[in-house]
Design a protein around this ligand. Structure first.
Ligand SMILES: [Zn+2]
Ligand SMILES: [Zn+2]
Length: 505
């Protein structure tokens, strides 16, 4: 009877999570912790190296074979930054971490829920931090962590301290990866230097109205994350734009484009749900409407657009432009040193490029041609710059990976491949040869160490077991004999020396 009771009690107990689900810092606030910071703290809390946590606990539980394969080969660290942003990687990480910690709020430590409004990733590729924030937290004995807002690529300053966010360790000068075997929140993973700095040693910078608007915009987004029950889909913008246009009583889409200060065709694309605005364009729309992102989202959800403050201001609409004004502006444009595209000029004037071609065909063509040759010139410059970077990398004594070379020079992989496929290939091949050569050297070195010990033992009539070898030379790690290549080497050498293996290990 008692046995049955105990059994029932055991069955009633909730399954225990693998990890203690420590509370993410700043949940529900604009300074919510980033997922990479949480993983680092989780490892420290459980006293395991972060790489063990990733490779042995998280890695095997990931569902995508693409990721588990990557894990088996040690996922390239420069891809880890995606876990804080929007990617299929972080969906998997979130699922696994929620299971491991028994929590259901891990998703708010990334931008994953906001993928409906972002056309691309908005997070930086390396760690970024406000040294003064870190210093203050430590002084006040508050927990040290890395908030998600520091990682938004468009935000460059801390609004609390007016200091520029740092990307390089002030001691060794290195950029820091999000996941590294020596990751420790608030410290450099290479030289272990504390990354905090006092306010007096940090230059105060000016924050423009635009910068403050941008910070406020993302703060609101992060703050509302954990309070939302549903998140916008990719069709959010095509739903909200016609409503705004109607409420502003703007009839023509061209005028609406003028009001929002975007190209006519771009606006059409958004309204027809062919594309969604870039993160920067979305900020700019909010700025034009004088609202924050969560207000814009609530507009789309509540249909309450007519009462909104931005709608009453009709003065922003420009008057219709005269033909003479168009002509003189086009003439002026031709004289400028830095040409602009006809689309951009037309957009500013509030006319279409068709209108210009119809009324001023020669002038229109001249402007287009000038811009085209300018663009070509720019393209050549980019082509040469990338070539220079790649050739320099090939001359380095120690070969580097293509990804690192491009990353260090802020060149996208796609563009580099398009301009110089052969050079890219050369760098990759050189690097992989270098790695395999290093591996071969290490292998030979270890084998000759093992061989020396086996001969010594043999002289004394001792069988070269793993225990005996490592006892004789403690510099040889016993674990290496778990690798087939070393164990086979040991065994074949023993056979050559006349030992019978069937009775021995
Ligand atoms: Zn700060
Ligand atoms: Zn350092």
């Amino acid at each position: 009877m008692i046995d049955q009771l105990i059994k029932r009690k055991i069955n009633e107990v909730k399954p225990r999570s693998v990890f203690f689900g420590i509370e993410p810092i700043g949940l529900g606030t604009s300074y919510v912790e980033s997922l990479s910071s949480y993983i680092s703290r989780l490892a420290i809390y459980h006293n395991v190296p972060i790489t063990i946590l990733l490779n042995e606990t998280i890695g095997p539980r990931l569902e995508s074979t693409y990721l588990t394969d990557k894990f088996a080969k040690r996922l390239a660290p420069n891809r880890y930054y995606l876990i804080n942003g929007i990617s299929s990687i972080n969906r998997e990480f979130i699922n696994v971490l929620e299971k491991l910690t028994g929590r259901n709020d891990i998703e708010h430590l990334t931008f994953k829920n906001w993928e409906g409004i972002f056309s691309k990733n908005i997070v930086v590729k390396h760690k970024r931090w406000c040294p003064v924030c870190l210093e203050e937290w430590r002084k006040e004995s508050k927990p040290v962590y890395e908030p998600l807002i520091w990682l938004v690529s468009d935000i460059e300053k801390c609004e609390i301290h007016y200091s520029r966010l740092k990307e390089h360790c002030h001691n060794c000068g290195k950029k820091l990866a999000f996941i590294h075997r020596h990751s420790l929140v608030g410290h450099c993973q290479y030289c272990y230097q504390w990354l905090g700095e006092s306010e007096s040693s940090n230059k105060k910078e000016y924050l423009s109205k635009e910068e403050l608007f941008l910070i406020e915009y993302y703060k609101k987004l992060l703050e509302s994350g954990s309070k939302q029950t549903s998140f916008p889909s990719k069709s959010f913008i095509c739903l909200v734009l016609p409503q705004i246009k109607e409420s502003l009583k703007i009839g023509r889409v061209l005028d609406f484009a003028q009001f929002l200060d975007v190209r006519y065709h771009k606006l059409i694309d958004w309204m027809k749900n062919r594309h969604i605005p870039s993160p920067e364009a979305l900020v700019s729309i909010c700025q034009k409407l004088d609202c924050t992102i969560d207000e814009l989202l609530s507009l789309s959800m509540e249909n309450d657009i007519l009462n909104h403050k931005c709608i009453t201001d009709q003065g922003v609409l420009r008057k219709k432009v005269t033909k003479e004004k168009v002509y003189s502006s086009l003439l002026n444009e031709i004289k400028k040193d830095k040409p602009r595209s006809l689309g951009q000029i037309c957009n500013e004037l509030g006319v279409t490029s068709k209108y210009v071609y119809w009324n001023y065909p020669i002038l229109g063509k001249k402007i287009s041609d000038k811009y085209l040759s300018f663009k070509n010139q720019q393209d050549i410059q980019v082509h040469n710059k990338i070539k220079e970077v790649l050739e320099k990398s090939l001359k380095k004594d120690e070969p580097e990976s293509l990804i690192k070379c491009l990353d260090d020079n802020d060149i996208s992989y796609k563009i580099a491949k398009r301009h110089h496929p052969t050079l890219c290939q050369e760098i990759s091949t050189r690097f992989s040869n270098y790695i395999s050569e290093n591996k071969r050297k290490r292998l030979e070195q270890t084998q000759s160490q093992i061989l020396k010990v086996i001969y010594e033992l043999n002289e004394e009539g001792i069988y070269p077991s793993v225990a005996k070898i490592t006892q004789r030379n403690p510099g040889i790690d016993p674990n290496i004999f778990r690798q087939k290549v070393f164990n086979d080497f040991r065994k074949t050498t023993a056979i050559e020396l006349g030992y019978e293996l069937s009775k021995r290990r």
